[in-house]
Write a protein that binds this ligand. Structure first.
Ligand code: SAH
Ligand code: ZN
Length: 403
């Protein structure tokens, strides 16, 4: 029995996606015969503080290092998303020159590059050195470390307190969440704001998006569970904003004490989360049953297509894809290859199932009849890009369908 990492209460495991490799640990040909690191990918619910979390985690140094596979700027949708929001953030919260803005998990600088470095102090924190290096080449200051309280003190000494601390798709990656909350409460200026966005639990459940569950995502946040954590540190969620990115996310605005008035949206979210059953284990048990059903339907469909001699590939060598392929046992007998536009992934093999990863050029020369869309969160961008190819896309969630 594992305990909740937030409050220590017993965790109830509601879903296991089986033994899984590290989702982003793509393999070189020469390593295909060597054993891979495997762990049980399972999600649990804490009935006391309501936080949904991984049951077993992978040490952070194994995930975030000089080989990190995800370069944020690969997506046009996300480029646009961050560009727009950088304007909004500055307009709403920057009051004078020289204020400090920090991004936790700045990756290749996709967000921070939008801020005016001549007017503001701009700082990134990014432990994965390969992506941090790309941000530095863009002229950004980046500390290659994991965010924690010690680092916070160092930053305060060198640069003072922060007006804006931002993080996208990063806070849910950090197992030491108490450290984060404590660090934020130290680092924030009296009128400072901590704004972060992550995949939202309601979307995961309603979309049956079980492939949001993987090693890097330690946490599956709701407004309720975050409130329970933050209040220990005098931090208040004063506003939220639904986002369509990454299959449905929530953006949280957090401040110290009562620095900003609480928007009604926050109060309504507590009500909605309760009404949708996020506070009780039955909802998660039901979700687990639907996930199992979704898997069976996908496998059945793929076997039907193979029986008709259809050629199928996977579209995107994503972390989500690793989860789906390993959980549903989809291998080289079904998918000829995975196409991916990240150059560093091309020529490698997928974790666990060892499906070769090829370039978009290869894909266009060797078009399949069907492509299993392993990045359904970019469905619009991808459909538009491939509209002349004639390839039909298979989407596996909530239940298998051809689009
Ligand atoms: N913000 C970007 C990147 C998200 S990927 C975007 O939304 O596209 C998550 C990033 O968080 C990775 O670059 C990873 O290296 C970084 N990260 C993981 N743990 C971290 C920690 N403890 N502190 C700071 N960054 C972390
Ligand atoms: Zn708990």
């Amino acid at each position: 029995m594992q305990n909740c990492r937030i409050c220590g209460h017993e965790l109830e495991t509601f879903l296991s996606l089986g033994q899984q490799p590290i989702a982003n640990a793509f393999l070189k040909k020469k390593d295909l015969d060597k054993p891979e690191f495997m762990f049980e990918l399972a999600a649990g619910f804490c009935d006391s503080c309501k936080m949904v979390q991984l049951v077993h985690t992978v040490p952070k140094e194994k995930l975030f290092n000089e080989h990190y596979a995800y370069f944020s700027s690969i997506s046009k949708t996300m480029e646009e998303h961050f560009k727009e929001f950088s304007k909004e953030l500055s307009e709403k919260f920057i009051e004078k020159d020289n204020e400090l803005i920090i991004e936790i998990g700045c990756n290749d600088g996709i967000m921070l590059k939008n801020f005016d470095k001549t007017r503001l102090k701009v700082l990134g924190v990014e432990p994965s050195s390969n992506v941090a290096e790309v941000a530095r080449k863009r002229g950004l200051k980046v500390i290659t470390e994991f965010f924690n309280t010690n680092l916070t003190k160092k930053i305060i000494n060198e640069k003072g307190k922060a007006k804006i601390i931002y993080a996208a798709n990063t806070i849910c990656h950090i197992e030491a969440l108490h450290e984060v909350a404590k660090g934020i409460s130290l680092l924030l200026d009296e009128k400072g704001v901590f704004v972060f966005e992550d995949p939202y639990l309601i979307d995961i459940i309603e979309k049956n998006a079980y492939d949001q569950i993987y090693d890097e995502h330690v946490w599956y946040f709701s407004v309720t569970s975050l409130r329970n954590l933050f209040r220990e540190y005098g931090l208040i969620i004063f506003d939220i904003q639904k986002q369509s990115t990454h299959g449905g996310s929530m953006r949280y605005y957090v401040c110290k004490d009562m620095a900003y008035p609480i928007n009604n949206r926050v109060i309504n979210a507590f009500k909605e989360e309760k009404q949708k059953g996020l506070l009780s284990i039955e909802t998660y048990n039901k979700f687990a049953k639907e996930v199992e059903k979704s898997k069976e339907m996908l496998v059945k469909k793929l076997h039907e297509l193979k029986a008709q001699n259809k050629k199928i590939c996977g579209y995107a060598a994503s972390s989500k894809g690793t989860v789906v392929l390993n959980y549903c046992n989809i291998g080289k007998d079904i998918l000829d290859y995975l196409q991916d536009n990240t150059p560093t992934k091309q020529g490698l093999y997928s974790p666990g199932k060892h499906i070769p990863i090829v370039s978009p050029e290869y894909f266009h020369k060797n078009l399949p009849d069907y492509a299993l869309l392993l990045a359904w969160n970019y469905a619009e961008e991808i459909k538009e890009k491939e509209k002349d190819s004639g390839v039909k896309f298979i989407v596996h969630i909530p239940y298998v369908r051809i689009i």
